[in-house]
Every structure is written in structure tokens, then in C-alpha cells.
Design a protein around this ligand. Sequence first.
Ligand SMILES: *[C@@H]1O[C@H](CO)[C@@H](O)[C@H](O)[C@H]1NC(C)=O
Ligand SMILES: *[C@@H]1O[C@H](CO)[C@@H](O)[C@H](O)[C@H]1NC(C)=O
Ligand SMILES: *[C@@H]1O[C@H](CO)[C@@H](O)[C@H](O)[C@H]1NC(C)=O
Ligand SMILES: *[C@@H]1O[C@H](CO)[C@@H](O)[C@H](O)[C@H]1NC(C)=O
Ligand SMILES: *[C@@H]1O[C@H](CO)[C@@H](O)[C@H](O)[C@H]1NC(C)=O
Ligand SMILES: *[C@@H]1O[C@H](CO)[C@@H](O)[C@H](O)[C@H]1NC(C)=O
Length: 473
Amino acid sequence: MAEAFRYSAILLCVVLVLLIGCSEQLQSSQGETLLRIQRLLNYPSSLSSWNSSIDFCNSEPNASVTVVCYEKSITQLHIVGNKGTPRLPGDFSIDSFVTTLVGLPSLKVLTLVALGLWGPLPGKIARLSSLEILNVSSNFLYEAIPRELSSLSSIQSLGLDDNMFAGEVPNWIGSLQVLSVLSLRKNMLNGSLPDSLSNLENLRVLALSHNYFQGEVPDLGSLRNLQVLDLEDNAFGPQFPRLGNKLVSLVLSKNKFRDGLPAGVTSYYQLQRLDLSNNTFVGPFPQSLLSLPSVTYLNIAHNKFTGMLSENQSCSADLEFVDLSTNLLTGRMPKLSSARLQEKGLQKKRKPSRTIIAISVVGGIVGGAALVGLIYLAVIKVKSGKTIQKSTTRVIAENASIGYPSKLLSDARYISQTMKLGALGLPAYRTFSLEELEEATNNFNTSAFMGDRSQGKIYRGGLRMVPLSSSDA
Ligand SMILES: *[C@@H]1O[C@H](CO)[C@@H](O)[C@H](O)[C@H]1NC(C)=O
Ligand SMILES: *[C@@H]1O[C@H](CO)[C@@H](O)[C@H](O)[C@H]1NC(C)=O
Ligand SMILES: *[C@@H]1O[C@H](CO)[C@@H](O)[C@H](O)[C@H]1NC(C)=O
Ligand SMILES: *[C@@H]1O[C@H](CO)[C@@H](O)[C@H](O)[C@H]1NC(C)=O
Ligand SMILES: *[C@@H]1O[C@H](CO)[C@@H](O)[C@H](O)[C@H]1NC(C)=O
Ligand SMILES: *[C@@H]1O[C@H](CO)[C@@H](O)[C@H](O)[C@H]1NC(C)=O
């Protein structure tokens, strides 16, 4: 998807390496350390070109391997294996591996993703005291998050996703003053979150989805920079969390939230993605959420929201996806803003390449307390379907910039990490490929045709809601 973005990032890297890299001569001990790492990782295919005669500092970076040097030392090491890499063999020792890693004492950025690493993460990794970004996602690391990480006072981004870390989020996390990204998705973490999280003033991304957390979310109202909060698939609740109003993506789906929405939600002027689905929210659904200035994705399905929808409610011009199904709502779904009379003004605002609007709404008028089961999807096909893929790419690439620690973008030494963080791509929007749309509408068959709108023809069809994994973005 973000091929273009990645490509330009790689180009930028190459240029930078040419500009600053040529004079670097790596200390030989650090070169030996890299070769030892290659051996301990059981010679993964991504490192097949490493040998004793290679000039590590001036080797060309790519999406799976990047080495960056500064004044004869390695400051960044990225090794990304293939998705689904199995555990390293039984004789692998995570302890020896980390002991080897600390032989690269100047490391600021360390990415070891999908390499089959297994075992408890040794606390001595914190001897890499300059670390600013640590990403060990998609391995088989287990037991608690080691306490020694609390001494990493420069750490800006901590990514432990898709491992088997267990226990609670430690209270000391609140002492990592410059932490900007905390990503612990898909682990076995449990308990309730420590109140100290509210000390993390620089936090932009807090991603805790797919764990076993429970209880109330601590007060995050003081986190002025928080843009992405992803709590999907835990047991948080019942109260809606206290949050600042700078959120760009808020995902609370599949939890135990119940109490009604606070009035403040309707003031989230930067909010693009709001997913409250699969909770037991009660109380009125504030229809004005449909007209939040930035909203593109709104999903409140599978709750007990009440209220009467009005077809006259205006919708944000950027709205691409709405699912209000399985609630206690009555009335009629508001019209697509693009189809309304304000049409002329909106037409200007709308970017010409935007092409897809997929909407899933309550089917018709529903009485009283009856649950709404009917969903239909309307897909607007614009002029030539061929433009769909292109615009999708653009949307995702634009959003990929959200959540970078600002320093990463300004500091040339981090440029190849921004290439990696491109994949962080938060928030990941669900968009649809032309093939999916063709399948859903039976190749835009006339039986699925619903009518004309200013920006194209509307077709009806069912689409599977498979969440985008970050690696697709
Ligand atoms: C990336 O670079 C590494 C080492 O520099 C090399 O071994 C690997 O084959 C390269 N991968 C691709 C896809 O080019
Ligand atoms: C090291 O690898 C390079 C290519 O990556 C190859 O040309 C060279 O012969 C290799 N050297 C040794 C000693 O294997
Ligand atoms: C959390 O998990 C640990 C083991 O992983 C267990 O000992 C502990 O009882 C669990 N705590 C809660 C609150 O479920
Ligand atoms: C929400 O719950 C419904 C019904 O249990 C289920 O079909 C749907 O897949 C769930 N959605 C998500 C995103 O988990
Ligand atoms: C919606 O607007 C139309 C035309 O402006 C009006 O006739 C209708 O009564 C309105 N409906 C509601 C529920 O306000
Ligand atoms: C860790 O690296 C992987 C692979 O590059 C990337 O997809 C993921 O977004 C990174 N995670 C964080 C928190 O930066």
C-alpha cells in the first residue's frame, strides 16, 4: 500500500548514506558483533549477504535490514524477518543474544521483528542506555516486561506487540518521561492499567489491543498529545475513559464499556476514526458525531444506543464508513452529505481523487426496543473503478505520519526508522480493493444498482470487515 512512501523513504536513506556514510569506518569489534548476531539468529535469509568482508556502514538499507553508523559506531540496527517466522531452535539462548547486543553500546534504534526470538526478555537489554526506539514485535518473548527497562530514560518508542508478555503493565512505565509510542498489542497482559500512565505527557500512541486488561482506564485527560488510543478486545469498562480532545483515532471495540458517552466526545475536532462497536453502551447516540469535521470512520454497531435518527442530520464530507447497526435506534439514516443541497460547497472541499464511500446503516424505521439486525452496504463506484486503488494508497500514506515522535521526522539519523514507522501507519483505515468491491456487487451487476449520486453510481453489496494489519498499511 504505502509503496510510494516506502520507496521515497528508501531513496532518502540511500542519499543520506551517500552523503554522510562514506567516511564511516566501523570499529572491527562491532562488525564482529553483527556477525555473531547473524549466527545466533541461525543465519536468517534476510542477512544472507553478511560476511566478514562486508562494509556494514555503507551497505544499502532495505526494508528488512538496515545498519546506520555514526562516528565508527552502530547507532541503528533493524532486522525484520519474514512474517510467521517460527521459534528459533531449542539451543537458542535469549540471554547470550542480548549479551551480544550490548556490544553495540551506541545503539539508539533497535528493531528485531519476526526473528523467532524466544524466552523472557533479559533486563540487561537496558544496558543499551541510549536507546530511543526499541521494537521487538512478533517474536515469542514471554513473562513480565522487565523492570530494568525503567532506566531507559531516553526511550521514545517501545514496541512489544505480538509476543506473549504476561502480567500487568508496571507502574514504573509512568517514569519514562519522553515516551511517545507505547505499543503492547497482542500479548497476554492483564490486570488494570497503572494510574502513572497519566504522567506520560509526551504520549501520542497508546496501543493495548488484544490483551486481557480489565477495569477502568486511568484518567488520560492530561495527555495533551494523545492521538491514537487502541484498546480493542480487552475487558475495560464500564466508564468511558477521560481523554483530551486531540484524538485522531479512538478504538474501544470489544470491551465492557457501558456508561453513556460524555458530551466531550462531540468536541474531538481531529477525530478521524471512532470505533465503539461490540460493547454494551447505553444512552443517547449523539448524532452530531456524524458531522465531526475530520471523521471518516464511525462504528457504533452492537451496542444499546438509543435515539431517533434524522435524515436531515448533516454528515462530514469526509465520512467514508458508518455502521450504526444492532442498536436501539429509530428513524432514518441521514443522507450522504455529498447528495444534499449544500452539494456545491462540499464539492469544492472534496478532494477529486476520493472515490469510495461504503456505508452500513440501520435498515429503515425500527420501532421501540427491537434490535436492528439489518445492515446494508452502499458502495459508490466512481467513473472508472481503476482509480480506487490509487486513492486508497493516498489516504493511507497521508495518515502514516500520525504518531511519529516528532524528533524522528526532524533528525536525519532516524530517517530509516521513519521508513520502518511508516508501517506503524496508525490509524489503519479499512479501505476496499477494486476486487473486493467487484465481488461484493457481483461485478457491479445491475441487480445491485441503487441509483445515481453526484459523485457516481451507488451499488449495494456485502463486505467482510477484516481489520487491516499494520503490515498491510
Ligand atoms: C536487504 O539487505 C540485506 C543485507 O544488507 C540482504 O542480505 C538482503 O538480501 C536484502 N534484502 C532484500 C529484499 O533486498
Ligand atoms: C561476501 O559477500 C559478498 C557479496 O555479498 C561477496 O562478493 C564476497 O565474495 C563475500 N566474501 C566472502 C569472504 O565470503
Ligand atoms: C495475570 O496473569 C498472571 C500470570 O500471567 C497471574 O498470575 C495473575 O493472577 C493474573 N492477574 C489477574 C488480575 O488476572
Ligand atoms: C461484534 O459482535 C458480533 C456479534 O457477536 C460479531 O459478529 C462481530 O464479528 C463482532 N465484531 C468485532 C469487530 O469483533
Ligand atoms: C427534513 O427536511 C425536509 C426538507 O427540508 C423537511 O420536509 C422534513 O420535515 C425534515 N425532517 C425532519 C425530521 O426534520
Ligand atoms: C515494529 O516494526 C514493525 C516492522 O517494521 C512495524 O510493522 C511496527 O509498526 C513497529 N512497531 C512500532 C511500535 O514501531
